[in-house]
Design a binder for this molecule. Sequence first.
Ligand code: SAM
Ligand code: SF4
Length: 334
Amino acid sequence: MNAPPHQLIDGFGRFHDNLRISVTDRCNIRCYYCMPERDVQFIDRHEILSFEEIEQFVRVAVSLGVSKLRVTGGEPLVRKDLHVLIRKLAGIEGIRDLALTTNGVLLAEQAETLYDAGLRRLNVHLDTLDREKFRQITRRDDLPRVLEGLDAAQKLGFGPIKINAVAVKNLLEEDIVPLARFGRERGIEVRYIEFMPLDAQGLWDRGKVLTADDMLARLAAEIGPLEVVPDPDPRAPALEYRFRDGIGMIGFIASVSRPFCLNCNRIRLTSDGKLRYCLFALEETDVKGLLRSGAPADEIRRVIHETVNKKWLGHEINTAKFVAPPRPMYSIGG
Ligand code: SAM
Ligand code: SF4
């Protein structure tokens, strides 16, 4: 994609038009590969950006060519009145893509207000259709609520809806095929996300990553042949496949086995107003101070540029040099 002049192009020629916004680090469940079971240290509420501050930041980012937004967390639906923010973001001229990533637990009750606020694209996190296993993974018994949320969203006409499943070895194997079958029946693409070293308890190691190749082989053997679907946006992170029988698609976010850093187009705003050039970055830049001190848009633009200019070629998960960032996934915003 050609970038307009003076836009967010880093030292490796990558044009950044994609902003992920975390609205909270809190969550109503406790997936073990993300959060500890108890005693989670949440960010003080006063440190969390207000909707007005987020909107102000997004407007500046849009003036630099950002046109794609994803709202995430923590669990974004635990943020009070999220629909108010969605409406603000959906109304910003220049935004051509607005999406939400959620665990789906509160979706049934909020789907309609979110839809009315202008949201259409949803990723719902769901690792298993087995209630007991769901409870073990998330330490909560909320599978029925997630399924209700998916039903409600489909009835309202959300689309595309995708399912995110975290691919941990010795965990997801038995769920890969049932999830894909569920997706085929429901017209929902399932995205298998390789387990990344961003869990709060330091559980990750390479041996626990279920790779895209392993999952692909299993799906092809048990459901049927698959073929690659080239993404219209070559910078999209997922490797996408469709079943050759024409029913359904799946995707892989293979951050570990096939990193997509060379095509990265993302920056991230944490719920406490830090700007990050990578999920795995060890440094971040404060923008909350600027927003709260009434800094002019030019100053915020300068900081966004500076952050993008610092961007590295890619994460180094696959090297001995890799150091996991101090903030886990729920705190950065996945
Ligand atoms: N709470 C929402 C949810 O679960 O979708 C949004 C935030 S969550 C951090 C975003 C995504 O991160 C989830 O959909 C889940 O698939 C993924 N995730 C969480 N921990 C992960 C890990 N250690 N490795 C890979 N993906 C992870
Ligand atoms: Fe919560 Fe999402 Fe982390 Fe699970 S992955 S604990 S739902 S933030």
